[in-house]
Ligand binder design. Structure first.
Ligand code: ATP
Ligand code: LTN
Length: 330
């Protein structure tokens, strides 16, 4: 059976971009592959975090994984920092990653731009991500388009090490939907920027936003010039983005949406879009509200930690031995 690994940072509230670009695929893949999904708290720490927020969001993302349909009986859900092999392999892989490679990463350039104190953790972030993936010898990594460059680096690091020491790591394949299928959901108030946890909340639909807030955000979403609804990423970036959201939340094709709303004007389209998004999020919000049993999420994470650590510790040990590290007896 193929193995799948992915992770989400507890750096803010989960949003529709995370769901349509990534989590939706996690839910599908759990039926056909051995899936491991992490709440990557060490990655969130690469930018300043309030301790109380980090703590609450870490548990909250695990709860949302389950609310979105990830079944702990099928998939492993765990917190990255609970498995120390991530940090340890991260260090070792850093010794096989070049400064020039990391300097080219666009996410680093975007997140460090204009900041006075940029942590070295933000710079080496992709190395830790490579460790996350390689520890589990994942075949597939479902992510949004913004992670493509990090996955290419992961593959390069794995291949470099395999060339030097023999086949140690599986070289993972990215699993990224095209933009028209959710790989890059754009902000509602700037269709040229991606929807993100750390972006302005006006442009971001959080998975737990109440219906009236969702309706208001969609009503205020920027549109393109003209009044026709059709898909054209280049000339109609705002409407194309709203159409992708409509299509993925309703299951209707882009063509059929364009046929129906082509000449009704943006107002009618946006009003129906709000209904479609609210209905798609309703079952997730309902399940989230129901997951209140004390200790339930913590128990899922403990079981996940055990399963993840068993795999990760073994991979780490194999690599340490190949490197010539004197590995203590277990
Ligand atoms: P931040 O804004 O703090 O960097 P983020 O919203 O980009 O956070 P991550 O935790 O980094 O969230 O991403 C989790 C997953 O969601 C990743 O697979 C990422 O590629 C995907 N993703 C994030 N934003 C989008 C988006 N706008 N469209 C599609 N996929 C997305
Ligand atoms: N870098 C990713 C989050 C992430 C991840 C991973 C995704 C960390 N480790 C391993 C897939 C596999 C991001 O910023 N979205």
């Amino acid at each position: 059976m193929e193995r799948v690994f992915s992770g989400i940072k507890p750096s803010g509230e989960l949003h529709l971009g995370n769901y349509l670009g990534a989590i939706r695929n996690f839910v599908d893949l759990q039926n056909t592959a051995e899936c491991i999904f992490s709440v990557v708290d060490l990655h969130a720490l690469t930018v300043p975090q309030e301790p109380d927020d980090l703590h609450r969001r870490t548990l909250d993302i695990a709860r949302l994984y389950v609310a979105c349909g990830i079944d702990p009986a099928k998939a492993t859900i765990f917190v990255q920092s609970h498995v120390s092999a991530h940090a340890e392999l991260g260090w070792l892989l850093g010794c096989f990653t070049y400064f020039g490679e990391l300097r080219r990463m666009t996410q680093f350039k975007e997140k460090s731009e204009g900041q006075v104190n940029v942590s070295s953790g933000l710079f080496t972030y992709p190395v830790l991500m490579a460790a996350d993936i390689l520890l589990y010898n994942a075949d597939k990594v479902p992510v949004g388009e913004d992670q493509k460059q990090h996955l290419e680096l992961t593959r390069d690091i794995a291949q470099r090490i395999n060339n030097r020491f023999g086949e140690i790591f599986k070289v993972p394949e990215p699993y990224i939907p095209p933009k028209s299928a959710g790989g890059r959901i754009m902000s509602l108030d700037d269709p040229l920027r991606k929807m993100g946890k750390s972006e302005d909340p006006k442009g971001t639909i959080a998975l737990l936003d109440p219906p009236d807030v969702i309706a208001k955000k969609i009503r205020s979403a920027v549109t393109d010039s003209g009044r026709e609804v059709y898909y054209d990423e280049e000339n109609k970036p705002a409407i194309s983005n709203l159409m992708v959201i409509y299509s993925l939340c309703s299951g209707e094709s882009l063509e059929s949406i364009a046929d129906r709303y082509g000449s009704t004007g943006y107002g009618v389209f946006k009003k129906d879009l709000a209904d479609v998004v609210i209905s798609a999020l309703e079952p997730i919000q309902k399940r989230y509200q129901e997951l209140t049993e004390p200790g339930r999420i913590e128990a899922v994470l403990e079981e996940g930690r055990r399963k993840a650590a068993a795999i990760a510790d073994e991979t780490l040990r194999t690599f340490q031995e190949k490197l010539g590290i004197v590995v203590p007896k277990a």
